[in-house]
Design a binder for this molecule. Structure first.
Ligand code: ZN
Ligand code: ZN
Length: 252
């Protein structure tokens, strides 16, 4: 990623310095000096924090959940921060972008999270709308096939052939192995992380680490012939059963 590794080299100042002299007079303190000291402290903490693309935090719902322990008199609300790519780090009041790893401690009355994100990281690929695997709050896992199955359906009966389709599997979805996906009947469509079953034609995307391709196949396309040829009806029922509580974890 082009945006990686720069976080420790830059200086991030979130204070509205033009307002501080007025504040100093009002409170009888040296607000400029205080702000500088705070920023130096934050800079030290920031330097120690982990940087780099955080594949675990691609899901907006997951990011939102991190704010459960966020205690702050922030002028920003968690849903705005999560939508702008941020999750709560648990370190002081630090929030971090899953893509460019920008860390912000303060919030601003004048600017929204997305605006501060743009100000400090104009080249963040998430902000630029590139495919970095963001899973938006209302994204639906089942995708519509954009086109008919590529090539001959019979050709993809062969697991090796399915595996070959995963050559350009996106970097952010590496937590899910092409081997597991192709074994479960899927081929890569070439769009985002959307895969399609050669047998039932069902399309699934938004893969996250820990997902099971067979379980997802069974949950969404239980009537698939290939699935039924590989798994017993008891196994399929178990897979579907394992999704009890599914509504709880996805609706937010
Ligand atoms: Zn970013
Ligand atoms: Zn299928």
């Amino acid at each position: 990623m082009a945006t990686e590794g720069k976080a420790s080299e830059e200086r991030i100042s979130q204070f509205d310095y033009d307002l501080l002299p007025e504040l100093s007079t009002l409170l009888g303190i040296d607000a400029v000096q205080m702000a500088k000291e705070m920023e130096e402290n934050e800079e030290k903490i920031r330097a120690k924090m982990q940087k780099g693309f955080n594949s675990q935090m691609r899901s907006e719902v997951k990011r939102l959940k991190t704010f459960v322990t966020y205690e702050s008199f922030s002028s920003w609300i968690p849903s705005e921060m999560a939508a702008a790519g941020f999750y709560f780090t648990g370190v002081k009041s630090g929030i971090q972008c899953f893509c460019c790893s920008l860390i912000l401690f303060g919030t601003s009355l004048r600017k929204l999270p997305i605006e501060n994100h743009k100000k400090f990281r104009p080249h963040c690929e998430f902000l630029l709308g590139k495919d970095v695997g963001n899973i938006a709050k209302y994204d639906v896992r089942v995708k519509n096939p954009r086109k008919k199955l590529r090539g001959d359906k019979a050709r993809y009966r062969n697991e090796e052939t399915r595996l070959e389709s995963f050559k350009n599997w996106p970097f952010y979805a590496h937590g899910i192995s092409p081997h597991a996906l192709s074994a479960a009947g899927f081929i890569f469509t070439g769009e985002r992380d959307t895969v399609q079953c050669f047998s039932c034609g069902g399309c699934l995307g938004d893969w996250e680490e820990g997902d099971s391709p067979w379980k997802e196949h069974a949950k969404w396309f239980p009537k698939c012939e290939y699935l039924q040829s590989k798994k017993s009806s008891d196994e399929i029922a178990e897979y579907i059963e394992s999704y009890k509580g599914f509504v709880d974890v996805t609706v937010n």
